[in-house]
Design a protein around this ligand. Structure first.
Ligand code: SF4
Ligand code: SF4
Length: 370
């Protein structure tokens, strides 16, 4: 059941059929069993891992480290997923976003988010999707958050900035001091296009040029440009610090573009990345890798502890990944009935997918944890 049905702000047919889309369409459109979050959870649970049960059960594993309960700390980041609509169909997408998705947050739900935000001391509002800029109320939401003195993050896929209706967006966001966190799998063409579709790299570089021209990526904290990379394959994210200099040098030398910082994320074994793991025969090995790479030092900094995630239809989740798996917060709250005490008093829901956050240096929407 969708909240809104309205003409989309771009030509979905052209984009969906262009070489820019790597996957054939969303799991939902293809009627893949993996479109069901419950099915995904069952697939993960059914993997016969060689480690003992207390090593492969996430709750048991963190309990061994003294975390018999995983509870939130101070709420710092209010993350709003404004819809699953996207101009791309990346093979690794954990949201199953695509041009064929129509789930979009309505103005009414946005107002409820703002009302809830006013009850919290969260310093940051993190806008994500899909491509958040395709929500028709995106600019209103940004303005409202800026007026409240919040730091605003736009999670941008770069290519969306080339759409005719969004050409002015770099300057518009710059005027408001919005941080742009841009996903770019790699600074080399081949790696990026293999994950996101042929031609994506060229478009991404063009978008980065436009952001640089608007003052982004030049060391100004009011025009912060962050690049976000996740591995193109079944391995863990490399060291953020090591890669940042390599990327800065590579992008400047070969493309003449700059950015401020690089964050790296592990791929979460859900949704279309889970499909790819299955199809490529990497699922078992990847889950073993995540479990074997468990790092207890990441637990305190897990993003579910300082973030609250709101879905396009106003349901509340511990994090974006639990949102995609339909694991609503234990308090079963909707944004319309938001009560901070109830949210703060919850137990965080976990599962095997959580090993994606604790592997290696850890992984969150803010990059590595350690
Ligand atoms: S990974 Fe990002 S850009 Fe790609 S389909 Fe998903 S939401 Fe869109
Ligand atoms: S997947 Fe979500 S709930 Fe699980 S550890 Fe990561 S942030 Fe926390």
């Amino acid at each position: 059941m969708l909240e809104e049905s309205r003409p989309l702000p771009f030509e979905t047919q052209n984009l969906a059929s262009s070489k820019a889309s790597r996957a054939a369409g969303s799991l939902l459109q293809r009627r893949s069993p993996l479109a069901s979050p419950e099915y995904q959870m069952n697939v993960l649970e059914a993997i016969a891992l060689p480690q003992s049960p207390d090593q492969t059960d996430f709750a048991a594993r963190i309990a061994q480290q003294g975390w018999t309960e995983l509870r939130p700390a101070q709420l710092e980041i209010f993350q709003i997923n404004v819809g699953k609509l996207c101009n791309m169909t990346c093979r690794h997408c954990h949201v199953d976003a695509a041009p064929d998705r129509r789930e979009i947050m309505t103005l009414e739900t946005i107002e409820a988010c703002l009302h809830a935000l006013d009850q919290t001391e969260a310093h940051t509002v993190d806008l994500t999707g899909g491509a958040p800029e395709l929500n028709p109320h995106f600019r209103y939401l940004v303005d409202q958050c800026v007026a409240r003195g919040k730091q605003v993050i736009d999670r941008c896929n770069l290519t969306v900035l080339l759409l005719p209706t969004l050409q002015d967006l770099p300057e518009w966001l710059a005027e408001r001091g919005v941080e742009i966190v841009c996903s770019l799998p790699h600074y080399r063409r081949l790696n990026t296009d293999s994950q996101r579709g042929e031609g994506t790299f060229e478009k991404s570089i063009e978008a980065l040029r436009r952001l640089n021209a608007a003052g982004y990526g030049q060391g100004n904290p009011q025009r912060r440009l962050t690049l976000m990379s996740n591995p193109v394959g079944a391995f863990l994210a490399s060291s953020q610090a090591k890669m940042e200099q390599e990327w800065k040098t590579g992008l400047m030398k070969h493309q003449g573009v700059s950015f401020d910082r690089l964050i790296t994320l592990n791929n979460m074994p859900i949704s279309r990345y889970l499909e790819w793991l299955e199809q490529s025969g990497n699922l078992q090995a990847y889950m073993e890798l995540l479990v074997n790479s468990f790092n207890p030092g990441t637990i305190a900094g897990l993003m579910c502890r300082n973030t609250l995630s709101v879905s396009w239809d106003g349901q509340l989740y511990d994090c974006d990944f639990n949102q995609m798996l339909d694991l609503e917060i234990h308090a079963h709250s909707h944004i319309q009935d938001f009560k901070l005490e109830k949210v703060n008093d919850r137990l965080i829901r976990t599962g095997r997918h959580c090993f994606g956050c604790t592997a290696g240096a850890g992984s969150s929407c803010g990059g590595a944890i350690e």
